[in-house]
Write a protein that binds this ligand. Structure first.
Ligand SMILES: CC(C)(COP(=O)(O)OP(=O)(O)OC[C@H]1O[C@@H](n2cnc3c(N)ncnc32)[C@H](O)[C@@H]1OP(=O)(O)O)[C@@H](O)C(=O)NCCC(=O)NCCS
Length: 207
């Protein structure tokens, strides 16, 4: 069971940096993001959308949009990376992750605005995900991509993932990483809040 208190999603926000040192925010998606999220997906290149969803879509279908906005439902979460552009908070990347408690694993998928490719945003997101996953009690994180997606494969390799064949689909490759780094080395708000909540629950804390 997740320890996240979804009534106050904003406390789980993190500030991350691009490779050039520019800061951006990573936070749970909120209902107010609905239009901006669709705008983000519509603005992705056809190829990026195909690589993200393994199929041709022009925007999120209604059901999927609803799932994306339903943070915490069935241990599934959506985060958006945002930057201030011309005074507007603009989505520059998104990541969706799901806890599989029975295997202590977190599965994820992500995309970055084409204009921001190559700036280290996905690398920062994956590092942050390790911390978020650890806070959920996961021991490893994994994702899947099309075999033709050299960029994602290269990113996963550089981020320390190992590759295995997909059990059901030869067109896909699965990459998996054990969460080895002590989460205190890669702090994120989720980890700090989970630690605080464990402290509050322990018998010695109430003594
Ligand atoms: C895959 C993706 C998320 C990478 O995002 P990104 O922010 O550009 O990645 P980073 O800048 O952190 O790059 C990390 C590594 O990825 C690889 N990479 C990035 N751009 C690349 C490119 N155009 N060609 C080949 N490798 C590339 C490199 O190994 C790079 O490391 P390096 O810069 O030290 O060489 C992005 O290309 C994307 O959104 N693609 C569409 C959606 C998608 O494919 N999702 C994955 C399936 S879930």
């Amino acid at each position: 069971m997740s320890t996240l208190r979804l009534e106050d999603l904003r406390q789980y926000s993190d500030t991350l940096r691009t490779r050039e040192g520019e800061t951006f925010k990573l936070r749970f998606v909120e209902p107010r993001d609905t239009e901006e999220l669709q705008h983000y997906f519509r603005s992705l290149s056809t190829r990026s959308r195909y690589n993200r969803f393994f199929g041709a879509i022009s925007e999120l279908p209604k059901g999927l949009l609803h799932d994306f906005l339903d943070v915490g439902e069935r241990e599934r979460f959506t985060v958006v990376a945002t930057m201030m552009v011309d005074g507007f908070e603009t989505i520059v990347a998104e990541m969706r992750y799901a806890l599989h408690a029975e295997t202590a694993a977190v599965e994820f998928g992500l995309s970055v605005d084409d204009r921001w490719h190559g700036h280290g945003i996905a690398t920062a997101l994956l590092k942050n995900l390790e911390c978020r996953a650890a806070a959920l009690g996961a021991e490893h994180i994994f994702g899947e991509t099309l075999r033709s997606n050299e960029t994602m494969i290269s990113l996963a390799r550089k981020s320390g993932f190992a590759f295995v064949n997909h059990p059901d689909d030869w067109k896909l490759v699965r990459f998996d990483k054990k969460i080895a780094v002590a989460p205190k080395d890669i702090p994120c708000a989720s980890w700090r809040l989970a630690a605080l909540s464990r402290q509050a629950d322990s018998p010695s804390a109430s003594a």
